[in-house]
Design a protein around this ligand. Structure first.
Ligand code: 13P
Ligand code: SF4
Length: 360
């Protein structure tokens, strides 16, 4: 049913930086080394799913390991994890666990962050090639060059960055606290925000601060267009819209919201953890979810009586999906692949992460 209060299109146009994003350097995960290793393993290909789960349950106890999983992980991995959360919650969970072994089911930069926060623990990732297209848009060398051009600038790095990039930053932030982190920086300071330009534009809009943007993007979230949002909202006129701030259309939606083209009471920009909190307390029955589709499993578990509709059902992060049950089993069995950040880099990166944790 068509709701006459919703527009056919968003008329507000947002001026995006004209330079195109840097080289994507998007890593391929078609046939990773870990995938080849499980296929060639003398035991793993012969195990059924329930046998793999049984062995994982046994090994996690024997190793005294905690399994942390991001909200975009495959349903089976989320169901096995001790804790499922967003980037910030996973770092906080890693920092407070007593377990000597952390198996990190997420992408590599997240496991690196856990290792930086817990240098005395063994941090494992079942597939170290689980990269991130956004993190790979910026190198430490490029940050140094950028800082040289803005010597008084304060560098705010989204956690979706490699450890050596974090080491060049003054602050880290996640999608759930980027606005608060920028607000905590003295007004007169120039801000260099990296690597996600859409999150950076959102932060600029919410704080009113002048922010220099690194022109990086996540290939999964950049694909969300204002047309997708409008179409979904017209099909489900009573639904709440949950938008991740990495989405390519987030700035246009924020401006449309301010202009009254999108309903204020039903449009929400949230990190993946914020989406979970939202559906727990919202009385609305239908939610349109504009982020990676792994999120739907998590939301359905949190609120089984509600309906969740993906705004883009092909929004799949192949990096998150490289973590599979056989690889998780192999990780616990063979204690692979350990993620360790060289101390000199870890110390500098920890400073930026700690500054973020002080703000939130
Ligand atoms: P969250 O911190 O919201 O979980 O986001 C992480 C991420 O990689 C989004 O693509
Ligand atoms: Fe990186 Fe995008 Fe995947 Fe998140 S969804 S891990 S930002 S590639």
């Amino acid at each position: 049913m068509r709701n006459p209060t919703l527009p056919d299109e968003l008329t507000v146009q947002v001026e995006l930086p004209t330079i195109m994003p840097r080289s994507k350097r998007r890593p391929s995960v078609l046939r990773t080394e870990a995938q080849q290793a499980v296929e060639a393993d003398p035991e793993i290909p012969h195990l059924t799913e329930s046998e793999l789960i049984e062995r994982i349950q046994h090994l996690r106890q024997e190793r005294n390991a905690v399994i942390l999983a991001h909200n975009y992980q495959l349903p089976i991995i989320q169901d096995l994890a001790d804790f499922v959360g967003d980037s910030l919650q996973l770092s906080q969970q890693a920092a407070k666990t007593d377990a000597p072994v952390i198996v990190f089911c997420g992408v590599h930069f997240m496991a690196e962050t856990a290792s930086i926060l817990c240098p005395d623990k063994t941090v494992l990732i079942p597939d170290p090639e689980a990269g991130c297209s956004l993190a790979s848009t910026v190198t430490a060398e490029e940050v140094r060059e950028w800082k040289a051009k803005h010597p008084d600038g304060v560098v705010v790095a989204y956690v979706n960055t490699n450890a050596d990039v974090k080491a060049e930053a003054d602050y880290c932030c996640t999608s759930s606290n980027a606005v608060k982190v920028v607000q905590a920086i003295p007004e007169e300071k120039e801000i260099l925000f990296l690597p996600d330009m859409f999150l950076g534009l959102y932060v600029q809009r919410m704080t009113g601060r002048k922010v220099h943007l690194w022109l990086g993007e996540c290939h999964v979230h950049a694909g969300f267009r204002a047309e997708d949002i409008v179409r979904a909202m017209q099909t489900y006129p009573d639904a709440d819209l949950l938008l991740h701030p990495e989405c390519g259309c987030v700035s246009q939606c924020m401006f449309a919201l301010a202009e009254g083209e999108l309903p204020k009471e039903r449009t929400f920009v949230h990190s993946t953890g914020g989406m979970v909190r939202h559906v727990r307390q919202s009385p609305t029955r239908i939610h349109l979810v504009a982020t990676e589709v792994g999120m739907l499993h998590r939301l359905k578990k949190e609120a089984p009586d509600k309906q969740f509709i993906p705004v883009k059902s092909d929004a799949i992060c192949e990096y998150m999906k490289t973590i599979t049950l056989p690889k998780l089993y192999r990780s616990l069995r063979d204690m692979v692949y350990e993620v360790r950040v060289p101390e000199a880099i870890a110390t500098r990166a920890r400073r930026a992460i700690d500054r973020m944790l002080e703000v939130v």
